[in-house]
Write a protein that binds this ligand. Sequence first.
Ligand SMILES: [Zn+2]
Length: 390
Amino acid sequence: MRLHLLIFSLSFSIAHADFFSDSYIEARSKFIHLSQKLQNLNHFIEVGAAHIPSQIDPDLTLNYTYIPPTNSTNHLLVVTSGVHGPEAFVGSAIQVQLLHFMKNKRLKSTGLLLIHSVNPYGFKYLRRASESNVDLNRNFVVDENIFFQTNSGYDKVKHLLENQESVSSLSKIWNRTVFGLLQLLSSGTNLADIIQAVGQGQYHSPRGLYYGGQAHEPQVALFKKLISHYALSYEKAAFVDLHTGIGKKTQLTLMTGMLTTDNSWSELTKVFPQSTNAYYSLYNGSATAPLSIYGDIVDLFSYILKPKASFAFTAEFGTLGDDIITRLTSIHRVIVENQGFHHGYSSNKIKEKFDPLFLKVFNPPSDRWRKSTLQKSHKMFEQILSSTEI
Ligand SMILES: [Zn+2]
């Protein structure tokens, strides 16, 4: 018995480590390879890729795999990874785990559409944003007038977020951010307003943070085309967008978008009942929520596939934690990375010291963290499938 347990846990740990990759190229080939293996067993599976245009790299692709159900087209489940580049390591591992799971499983009434690495540039070059410095999750706007919207709250904190010089000292940027923040708070600015101003996205500072662009990035049209095409024969469609970095360490937070309707929230809470001792927590991002985000991919999904869209959410796996110091640490690293990208580093030594710190915010190297994340995501998909399979 003990030996069996040992073998089981050993095989799980080998498998779970195998799902993670060290680079975009490795992750992409794992995704393609496994998809093709599945396709050899079931010729109805579709495996495809779309090229993402780039000024510097001709080999950036968004890959996708569609696995149709055996009996009826009741529910399509779309799963995306890597909207934010460095978060793709985890998102890709979760998708690879799902493909492994599908090796021995045929779904009766749920179709699966896995879209791998929505932001391949960001995955390969370790940036949250696209090659044009666009945060894709502020770019999937339903109403294109948002591109011309000014965020005056952002302008008030811009001096803390964007420094026009090379990165010469990490502590200098930390002190500047924290001191500036304390100054704003002591002059009466509300912390919630600052968080809203930074997080909602902005459309007028192209070298800044959470920049949503001036027009849709190529991924938006591709995403629309893919989901519209595959959802056509289905009665309902659900969506999970995989992310990391927000929430308590190892906690899973399911967040809906600003355009969440009462109906989709009620669909979601049927699948994931609100409970204080669940392995997940729920956050309703509707316009009345404390934080509203413009251009969220989950909102565009619900809008495009209305009325068949059942529920759509961002699955956030917490990495460093969510106490105030940890949140400041995360934003500090995002500020440094953006500054380093636009203005360089004063020495290679600083860059070498900083790069792993930045990556840790989105892709913790800890084996325990990775194992727990994969277990939670597996549970999450089992829960979704138990509601979509009829
Ligand atoms: Zn993200």
